[in-house]
Write a protein that binds this ligand. Sequence first.
Ligand code: ISJ
Length: 458
Amino acid sequence: MERARPRSSPPLVSRTTAVDEPAFAAVFDALPSPRTTWSAPDDALVVGGGAAATLTAEGDDRFAAIRDAATELFESGDVHAGTEAARPRVFGGFAFHEGACDGDPWGPFPEARFVLPRVQLTVADNGAWLTVNAVGADADASAVEDRLAREVERFDTLDRHDSGDAAGSRPPRPGIRESRRTTSREAWRDSVGAAVDRIRDGDLQKVVLAQALEADLAADFPRAPTLERLAEKYPDCHRYWFEPAAGESAFFGATPERLVSLRGRTVETDALAGTTGRGETPSEDEWLAEELLDDEKNVHEHELVAETVRDQLEPFAASISAADRRVRRLATVQHLHTPITAELDADRHVLELVEALHPTPAVGGLLPDRALATIRETEPFDRGWYAAPVGWIDAAGNGAFAVAIRSAVASRRRATLFAGVGVVSDSDPDREWDEVQLKYRPILDELERDGAGGSADS
Ligand SMILES: C=C(O[C@@H]1C=C(C(=O)O)C=C[C@H]1O)C(=O)O
């Protein structure tokens, strides 16, 4: 694992100042790689460029290794943040399991990688803030202040107005020239059928099986415009973009699923599992939602997740409470959703909770080890960071993590999309196939040319 900095080096220096908010695409394009973006309904938007520090780790102890490296990085900071949202945070994610980044398209992705952005724009309720961070040899307060002054001048020249689809100046969606599935319908029927047999034999309770879809793009992938469109369509989702150090690829998505957030001793998490489609009309939507709430198979699939999340939080918690099961309606699907909150019985680091909860049975299965073995034996591709925790950590050990579904790895002319479904004893392979296709939609809709809908379907 890379060390955040040699022990004897100067501390982290961080300086922030208020700026007028530039347009997202202008900032995104102006910042150097590796770029990071993070945004969530209850969180500030962060757009980061470059890396003042990079923490990486491999293997089963990757959560503890990142925690140690972050603790060391934040140990002695000379920080003038101006506002809480701009305090130093490292952003990044983990592989689904050890060895999950071995194959394509995960080559450039370590099994855990977090970055303290060198230059960061934070857009919070109280305005926009520009930050420069430095660690190690660069961590000189006056050099950081000079760099911040230069960045402020540069940001002053950036466009302030989002191009917007309506204005017609945003590049179009790239279009798909050709696409390939990792899993044929036949292979899918076989593997879902085999999983159902194992569940009926009592070997497993649930397993989440996924597919990947590789799409060759007809034009260059429009990075910032894609993120803007996802933000407009999925304002209630966690949206993320992570570039590994080298090369042009990035992992990105818009996920409805929070893994865990920790602030002080207050924990928030979601059980999200059980899926239906969207209707053509509000009353059809309502009908589908009611049917989902009453559907035995989906409720069973959901309750396995909600119970397991509660059980996994139990050892850390002074109290846990779960709200009523409800329907979460998104642009492309509807899910059963149980919001869960807890108060911890002691101070904890958010990564202790991430490690305890990941993978929840919403993306892994039950019992976890058997489900994981089934996933590894069955899926003919590497999950990489798909369905794994992505998010941020601060100096106090607070943080927010989402489950990286509705996601893809994109390079200039290629995108690889991932989507999965929970298999239980009464799963039907063809219905599960259709559900996978629905879950590709958030990303696929941003790749297909307008009017070309459905080109990668069934
Ligand atoms: C695994 C995915 O989604 C998960 C599985 C769900 C289900 O099986 O009903 C619902 C939401 C997510 O927890 C995915 O989107 O790839």
